[in-house]
Structures are given as structure tokens and as C-alpha cells.
Design a protein around this ligand. Structure first.
Ligand code: BJW
Ligand code: ZN
Length: 235
């Protein structure tokens, strides 16, 4: 993919980019957690009914992410960011992932639209804070030190507003190329970004082993695992 000094790259990543680091994706084979679909544990309703189950799910996700290492695809995006930031500053990475593998690969201009695995927040005070603990004891779920209310994962669940959509739309408006990596294109508003990009006639490229659900909206699709495609995509 040739980028000129006038190009501005917007990258959107999904669970597929972390699959080769050993982290499970949400849909397809291996997409279940302890017999539950993601829709059953990643909703405000699930939290209301069974906060212990939700904390068990996210504690296991914290363990898995802590054990994982960034892969060649995460490093390739950090490298292109470094190059573009030196040349023009024309780079933005928006991830749906809540793991920290992009940061650990060296990405800086990064936004986690669905929240972060290693942050929690009080349901009342709402201020997120770093939290790497495992809350797996149903009789001892975390409480806010200030007001005593329940503490929940700082994660965007179905029916909740993704974080800082204004910044995402602003960055997409400035972009000349949208590169989407490893997402099934089934969860909105992330899946709709390609439609907004197409409406502006910007180049839209998808990378992953299979076509996403919103494949029709892409101008180019490169089929293959992210670790094989991304390292040579920008050379
Ligand atoms: C590889 C690979 C390799 C494998 N290399 N690739 C009807 C129509 C439109 C919208 C709605 C609707 N009904 C309800 C809605 C709204 C709802 C929604 O989209 N629901 C759908 C199920 C239909 N969305 C929401 O509720 C969102 N909020 C919202 O809409 O607010 C209102 C609003 C209005 C207007 C503007 C803005 C807002 C919130 C969505 C929250 C999503 N939360 C989750 C869980 C929390 C995070 C977590 O716990 O990790 O986020 S759900 C889950 O799905 C997670 C992911 O970030 C997200 C996307 O999944 P992703 O990344 O695409 O993973 P998979 O597993 O689906 O796909 C993996 C892909 O990787 C596959 O394609 C593989 O091929 C590929 N792959 N190996 C590259 N080696
Ligand atoms: Zn509080």
C-alpha cells in the first residue's frame, strides 16, 4: 500500500489482530466463554443480573491478556505510526480491542473505543482508574473507596455509547485511507465507519483471513492473517 506525504491513515482494528497472540475472538470457532455468548456477558443487563459472572469473565480476560505478547501485526502498525508521525503526523489508530497489545508494541496515537481491560470505574462516581486485579470471589466484589458503590469493568457493553465517538468521526473526516484489520464488521458503530469513509470516497482496505460482513463497502480486501499481511503492506 503506497502512502504519499499527503495521505492520512486511519486504522481500525478488531479481535482478529490479537488472535495470533493467543487471545480468543468473539465470534466463530472458540467464540464462546464458559458456554456463554459475548452478548450474555457484555451487557448492562448481564451486569445487573449477575455481576459476579461478569467479573469472572473480565478477570479471565485480564489473565489471558497479561499472558499474551504483541505479534508482528501489532508491531507493523507501531512502525508505520512511527514513520508517519516523523513525516507528517498523519496517523490515527482506533481499536475495538480492550487488550493492551497495541501499547505494548509501541503504538501511541491510539484510542480504545470499547474501553480498556485494565481499567475499572465506580458505577456512581464514573471516573476510570487503573485496575489489574482479578475479582473472582463472588462474596468479595470490588466497591468504591469513596461512595461504596459497585465497581465495574471500564468496558463499553452493548447498548452503551462507545468512547469519544466525536474524536473518531473527526479523525475519519481528515483521513484519506481507512485500513481495517481483523474485525467481523458485525458490531456498530465501528462496522459503519467504512460506510462513512466510502461516502467520502476515501480508499478503504480490509485485512483478514475471511471477508467481513460489511465486505461490500470496501474498495480492497486483502485475505490473509494479519501477521502475514501487515508487515509487508506498507513497503
Ligand atoms: C483475523 C485473524 C487473523 C481471525 N488476522 N484477522 C442493529 C443494527 C445496528 C446496530 C445495532 C443493531 N442492534 C443493536 C445495535 C447496536 C449494537 C450492535 O452493533 N449490535 C450488533 C450485535 C448488531 N452496538 C452497540 O450497542 C454499541 N453501542 C451503540 O450502538 O451505542 C449507540 C450509538 C449510536 C450511534 C452512534 C454511536 C453509538 C456498543 C458496542 C459494544 C461492543 N462491545 C463488545 C464487548 C466489550 C469489549 C470486550 O469485552 O472485549 O466489544 S462486543 C465485542 O464485539 C467486542 C468487540 O470489540 C466487538 C467487535 O468484535 P470483533 O473485533 O469484530 O471480533 P469478532 O470475533 O466478531 O471478529 C473477529 C474477526 O477477526 C473475524 O472476522 C475473523 O475472520 C478475523 N480474524 N483471525 C486477522 N489472524
Ligand atoms: Zn464511587
Amino acid at each position: 500500500m503506497l502512502l504519499t506525504p499527503h495521505d492520512r491513515l486511519f486504522v481500525l482494528t478488531g479481535a482478529g489482530i490479537s488472535a495470533e497472540s493467543g487471545l480468543a475472538t468473539f465470534r466463530g470457532s472458540g467464540g464462546l466463554w464458559d458456554g456463554h455468548r459475548v452478548e450474555e456477558v457484555a451487557t448492562p443487563e448481564a451486569w445487573e443480573i449477575n455481576p459476579a459472572l461478569v467479573w469472572r469473565f473480565y478477570s479471565q480476560r485480564r489473565r489471558d491478556a497479561l499472558d499474551a505478547r504483541p505479534n508482528a501485526a501489532h508491531f507493523a502498525l507501531a512502525q508505520i505510526e512511527q514513520r508517519l508521525m516523523q513525516e507528517s503526523g498523519n496517523f490515527y489508530l482506533c481499536t475495538q480491542n480492550v487488550d493492551d497489545l497495541h501499547e505494548r508494541a509501541g503504538s501511541h496515537r491510539l484510542h480504545h473505543m470499547h474501553g480498556s481491560l485494565f481499567e475499572s470505574r465506580c458505577v456512581r462516581c464514573e471516573q476510570p482508574f487503573p485496575d489489574r486485579a482479578f475479582h473472582e470471589d463472588a462474596d468479595c466484589l470490588p466497591r468504591c473507596g469513596i461512595c461504596g458503590s459497585h465497581v465495574r469493568p471500564h468496558i463499553v457493553w452493548f447498548g452503551e455509547m462507545p468512547l469519544d465517538m466525536d474524536a473518531i468521526y473527526r479523525e475519519l473526516n481528515l483521513a484519506t485511507v481507512l485500513l481495517v484489520v481483523g474485525t467481523s464488521g458485525s458490531v456498530y458503530p465501528a462496522a459503519g465507519l467504512v460506510h462513512l469513509a466510502r461516502a467520502r470516497n476515501i480508499r478503504t482496505v480490509y485485512v483478514g483471513p475471511e471477508e467481513p460482513q460489511n465486505a461490500d463497502a470496501f474498495s480492497e480486501i486483502v485475505l490473509g492473517p494479519a501477521t502475514q499481511v501487515l508487515p509487508s503492506l506498507f513497503s
